[in-house]
Design a protein around this ligand. Sequence first.
Ligand SMILES: *Cc1c(COP(=O)(O)O)cnc(C)c1O
Length: 974
Amino acid sequence: MTRAQENLQTSFADRHIGTTAADQQVMLDAVGQPSLDALVRAAIPASIHAAPAERSTIPAAVGETEALAELRTKAGRNTVRRAMIGLGYHGTLTPAVIQRNVLENPSWYTAYTPYQPEISQGRLEALINFQTMVSDLTGMATAGASMLDEGTAVVEGMLLARRASKVKGDAFLVDADLLPQTRALLDHRADAVGIALRGFDPVEGPSDEQLEGAFGVVLQYPGASGRIVDPSRTIERVHAGGGIAVVAADLLAMTLLASPGDLGADVAVGTSQRFGVPLGFGGPHAGYLAVRAGLERQLPGRLVGVSFDADGQMAYRLSLQTREQHIRREKATSNICTAQVLLAVMASMYAVYHGPEGLRFIADRVARTTSALAGVARDAGFEVVHEHWFDTLTLRAAGRAESVIDAARDAGYLLHLVDADTVQLSVDETTTPDDVSALAHVFGVVDATVPAAEAAVRDAATGLPSDLLRSSEYLTHPVFSAHRSETRMMRYLKHLADKDYALDRGMIPLGSCTMKLNAATEMAAVTWPEFANVHPFAPRSDVEGYLDMIGDLETWLAEVTGYDTVSLQPNAGSQGELAGLLAIRGYHRSRGDLDRTVCLIPSSAHGTNAASAVLAGMRVVVVACDEDGNVDLADLRAKTAAHAETLAALMITYPSTHGVYEHDVREVCDAVHDAGGQVYVDGANLNALLGHARFGDFGGDVSHLNLHKTFCIPHGGGGPGVGPVAAKAHLAPFLPGHAMAQQVDRRPGSSADGTDGRLAHAGGPVSAAPYGSPSILPITWTYVRMMGLEGLTRATEAAVLGANYIASRLRDAFPVLYTGESGLVAHECILDLRPLRETSGITVDDVAKRLVDYGFHAPTMSFPVAGTLMVEPTESEDLAELDRFVDAMLAIRAEAAAVERGEWPADDNPLVHAPHTAASAISGEWTHPYTREQAVYPVPGISARKYWPPVRRIDQAYGDRNLVCACPPIEAFA
Ligand SMILES: *Cc1c(COP(=O)(O)O)cnc(C)c1O
């Protein structure tokens, strides 16, 4: 956006909000409301509606140019040095072809989670490449499609071990050389669910006493200190007792070292960050989790598998979804919903581009560079502590550690200070002979020239133990060798993206997901080096710009939600829920209320709520909804009375997952407080409230927000996300802290009056990195900066108007299931398709798939009510697109009417056969009672922008019965 264009007298808000004032008038007429103000006052209960704030911490909106200039100033306050701190985070070279065509390409980053597989074949293929890459490198049978980070992946591994283990005990064995942030996460998470951790020295192995009653073990491979210990002896001993062995493995090291699978592990976990995903001050990156054969049904999170479409063509889909929390709720294998798809896609493409030889070459160079540095360090009088290494050295010299760290920093390098005598450093693919030479000078070697360093790297042997070298093959599938030239790679990425439907094609009206514009200006800063190339444990003086931006966001988000403090650490909404519930747990326990463990959850709640409650050590009690879809106050009062002594919390979503502003939310909150419980307000639907009401004002004690819904972080095809947790002051001490946080008041145990006058967060961590996924926070910062409070408030109004417009135009064709007292909905509406099924046999699936033929992504299917579609247009769609959607739905209703009238047989009509591929439309003889044109060009004008699905309807059941979760052989596509 140039300054000249901005001078058109419009604001960014006018470009973010799709409907013009004139459009809005047309829509208001359809809804029967005189003005936007009248609409929101009629929809939002007066008891919670707040007058616009007179003074705001959010500055008045600026345009794109100014916002980026301000962000540039903040970026300039970060100092980018060569980060050799390691500890699970490594410098990496993102291939430009991947940065431009994936990370910076809306076809990839604006896509939704691939629940509609027919329009998601591209990202599903990329994810199955990721799964294949992980399972090959780790030697495991099956890998899932991404965890949130390494630390939480280890937690998931521990929980999986408990589910799958034959041992009924509650002890879990933990390698003393585990990454420190992983250990901190394990401590916090294990405590909540009654698991006792037993630390042991990896060389000695656990004692017999420790093995007693242990359901599993986790080993770091190579260790956090760089030491490499053969894990197989400990694995055998744990297996002998019936336990499960989890190995946290470095994927790059696995190209050279025997894999966890080779060594007998049951589960492998870790991160794929160093496969081309920038450090980003800690995230987002894709964690991974893989299992041996027999454990695949225990996997947490999403899993891509293979099935067939209606024409018998092979196709990808998400497998075994019945394990997930939206079906199994408190019995789900995990609470993870939004994961790290975009980053998993990047990591998989890094492997596709480099191939097995390329990865081995990179790993080998890293290992030899490390050995060269070991030689330099010895020359300089350091003891190299461990006998073997891959990329990390622990160096000891009495009393010299701090001065070396300081000298390194002055020379532009960040090393890790272990103690006064010990320094640790990690080499990565960005480390050059120049760096070796510079570090030699830092260590005090005088004659360290670059040519000498080059020779040392060339001539060095790796420090790997000879008895642990890898002999098994990996990445043998042709996809990992077919795209080696940049031209091929670019075309492969384009070929996959073209199969998918993302926001760059049209509206994605997914209720509960808020698929709004992710503006290009908002995305711009993500790849700036000052944000992208910062290590999460860099010293505070290097990250002032980041902390400044984080401080702005904490302040702004606290204000708009009516809370006192915000933590940006959780990596998704589900993790925000967990953090909030753990804070409630900590609060009750601090007051001696050890028995307050009951969590009330309305039957309409999102599945993550129940799954998170279990992980916070709570017991779920379901509260009924009344016939209007609201929380049944009588049932709530009965439940609070029945659990008066044990009530911990109520989780309530506002506005509700039924898309309405519940009238009695204050009464609901009061009833819980009267019974001694805390109120958790799930803030995923904040897009219906922002600027008009605040959770903290009507009774919430704590909430999570979804920055990847309300605040413009793109959905990435299923992640990344950020799920900040916002709370009242009394819960602040229990919000997630982090031992390595740069801000003192964000460390566990910090005092209540932190620096900068902020409330301290002293609880255990919920993410591996102190600030979760900071590199995508510029997106939200820029959005708020360019909207201002006024723009955000207008966006809410436009979103609510859009939903009500759709509801009123479609009401006669499809009943709107729930409305508020005024007959209005909030920012989304549930269309009831069950009556249609009665009269025509047409199902919600048929309608969803037929929408693909009309050029749409289906709305949310069967959540929160089976047999319904939930539509959320968001404020970003314009009236023409809303009308195109309404017209498509009405046309589909007319097609169903033809089935009702018997003009088309129930089993042969364009709905049950949807979606139609190009191949199916031109194929030989056409035997259907509808025409080829009706099949693929159902409305006039569609041909110019036709989206062609690459496959027909996919058989879901087949894929679950016949589980294949790695790249199928090429012949399978024939
Ligand atoms: C999206 C959503 C969540 C979960 O958020 P994730 O970021 O996917 O983990 C929780 N509750 C509600 C109501 C949601 O819509």
